[in-house]
Design a protein around this ligand. Sequence first.
Ligand code: ADP
Ligand code: MG
Length: 461
Amino acid sequence: MPWVDQINLRMHSIRRMVAPVGVVASVAVLVGLDSYSRRAEGSKISAKSSSQGEGIQALTALSVVGVGGVALCEGWGSRKSTKRIFKYSADDDYPYFSKWHRTLMRKHLTPKVYKQLQPLRTSNGFTINDVIACGTTCGYSVPRGMGCMAGDYESYSLFAPFFSPIIKEYHDFSPTSRHTTDLNPSHLKSVKDLDPNSEYVLSTRIRVARSIRGLPFPAASSRAARRKVESLARSCTETLKGDLQGMYMPLNDMDNDVNDDLIQRHICFDNPDEWSITARLGQDWPDARGVYINCQDLDETPDFVVWVNEEDHLRIMCLRKGGDIFAVFEKLVRGVNAMEKQMKEQGYQFLHDEHLGYVVGCPTNLGTGMRASMHVKLIKLAKLPGFIDLCNRMGLDVRGKHGEKDTRQSGIFDISNRHRLGFSEVELIQLMIDGVSYLIELEKKLEAGEEIDLEKEFNKV
Ligand code: ADP
Ligand code: MG
């Protein structure tokens, strides 16, 4: 027998001996990990109470046993892809962070957490390095200060030691809390058009993000999975009737000038930028992306729109001129319910979890997945120092008129609910009604020549 074969035979028997040890060791790792995650802040993110949560635990178990077992069984000299994960130690592979990386990812991805999570991958193949890609490559100007993106539902439980503290810090949401959903417009306390003369509120938009259970989120999607999302979205929207009825426009077939026009009119999402590409949201662009509008002619202005495969599987929204937020919410809810019903008829459902509410890729959007925004003209108020702090204090976020990537100061601001998780949709819209009314009141006072001290206002709200 040639010496090479002899060595191979020996290696084979060593592997056979090591294999059971590998599995036992992996189970031990799993038990350790599980007891760690029970102790760790936010361990309940794995949604243990729900049956889906149990499914996830089982998957987690399999992947840890799988990775640990294979790693030990294959051992040295293996040419299998799992070896790649172990080629460099977690210490050598830990990301570089400069003083400009100021994301929550940077804060919570400690070397210890990285070491623990580095070998793991979800059943869609998503690793902690995929999760943090948009924050390490594009760390200086990441939207929302996060620097991370989940690739699938399983990411939140498998990488819980990383995601839990981030969710806790961003949403101030206790790991034992349950998120409540309330999409009933009649539960709103004060129902009023905030600006009946359309002097301050130019337009109102409410969008909700939705994932389809069982399919990887856009950051981990394959072409086939992405096309599946699109075909489900198409068949759901095709059945919409009455004032929701319209047409689906795939980006693949869209001329550039039409696309640009729809983007300018806030009907279509923008093309991927550097951040979305590093977050893996721009793969294969524009394949399987599109927008549904509730009209048949582009000269008309739709008020019900569905975005397909932008940052989430679906972004369902209603947008109208003026400040009648109740009417916008009412129509949105009708559209969302109709989509959900159709999704169920096709054997699918929106991904919802008892703890995290609607689960989507960006941790900022967990819970309601809802951003209710108003374009508000606040020319005088916005010039006072402390304007943004005051808005934040009231639970409101401030963006530019052209969305989260717009940093120009035009005097018209996109004011929206800052929170998404731990508050119901109705609570958040109520907060918008109260907050924006207050801002308009202050703007009117300034216009009338009154002096306003925003520090005092800050302490009042
Ligand atoms: P989101 O991430 O919530 O979908 P973005 O900040 O990415 O929101 O903006 C997406 C698009 O929606 C942009 O064109 C933005 O100008 C538009 N938009 C947001 N709020 C409003 C509003 N109240 N009225 C009109 N357009 C809006
Ligand atoms: Mg956006």
